[in-house]
Design a protein. Structure first.
Length: 286
């Protein structure tokens, strides 16, 4: 693995702060991440933000196919050159922003669910997670790196400030565990904070499914949209179209105190609340 500093200098390129470009510079860390990803021969891998190929190359040595998504075209051209130099032919580079990629169409034809890997840029990490949740019918698991602060929010328990919308959405449909902490010094340029790799394994079957998953996610979004307010006020002043009396009846029917706040509800309580609104109260707003 060539040093990111050397590669970028040779191509007269510079890391772009607006794209969150912090390139993994330690090959042993990259190898560890791929090993703990559990990629095996026959697996197809989607990599988000391939960069200079720190994860791409070791993944390609194991997987049958790697689809590397990279929004920076000059960086993608550099990676393509590295692949050709290494005679690596099982990597396809997609030069687009991951948020503009239809994951299900991109991996159509694979005979089993794919594995997602990547070092996610902080500014769009939540959007990418929502995208993965929505495409989870074709994804077995995602082994992805976040800034440590965000990683801690994703595994937070109810009741604290770290617990939020994405925490609940992931808790509904996935099991999450920490894979490794990666120190800031392992990147070029060096970020201000450490990173953490999480494994997000999507559930084959949800124990207590929502009557309408899309509506569940709308309820979660509305509840956290004004997280400092009580659930009564947050939900009745949201895009759900519920007035205050209807909101109170829904909360009470779901055995949830209207003065509680979103951050105190468990995943199952959100499901119960969503089902109550969906089935019993206001079908005209759904």
């Amino acid at each position: 693995m060539t040093s990111p500093r050397v590669l970028l200098s040779a191509w007269d390129l510079h890391p772009k702060k607006q794209l969150g470009q912090n390139f993994l510079a330690d090959p042993s860390t990259a190898g560890m991440i791929i090993e703990r990803s559990g990629i095996s021969p026959g697996d197809a891998v989607l990599e988000i933000g391939s960069g200079l190929g720190a994860l791409t190359l070791p993944a390609a040595s194991v997987a049958s196919r790697v689809i590397a998504v990279e929004t920076d075209r000059k960086i993608a051209d550099l990676l393509q050159t590295e692949l050709l130099a290494g005679d690596i032919s099982n990597v396809e580079i997609i030069r687009r922003n991951i948020l503009d990629v239809d994951i299900e169409k991109t991996v159509a034809g694979e005979d089993k669910k794919i594995i997602v890997i990547g070092n996610l840029p902080y500014n769009i990490s939540s959007q990418i997670l929502v995208q993965l949740i929505n495409a989870r019918t074709v994804i077995s698991r995602a082994v992805v790196m976040f800034q440590k602060e965000l990683a801690e929010r994703l595994v937070a328990d109810p009741g604290g400030k770290q617990y939020g919308r994405i925490t609940v959405m992931l808790g509904y449909c996935a099991d999450i565990k920490s894979v490794a902490v990666v120190k800031a010094r392992m990147f070029y340029p060096r970020p201000r904070v450490d990173s953490e790799v999480l494994e997000i394994r999507f559930k084959e079957k949800i124990a207590h499914p929502a009557a309408d998953e899309t509506f569940l996610f709308k309820v979660i979004k509305a509840a956290f949209g004004k997280r400092r307010k009580t659930l009564k006020n947050a939900l009745s002043r949201s895009q759900l179209g519920l007035d205050a009396p209807t909101t109170v009846r829904a909360l009470e029917a779901a055995a949830i105190d209207p003065v509680r706040r979103a951050e105190t509800l468990t995943v199952d309580e959100f499901v119960q609340l969503s089902n109550t609104i969906k089935v019993s109260l206001r079908p005209d707003v759904l």
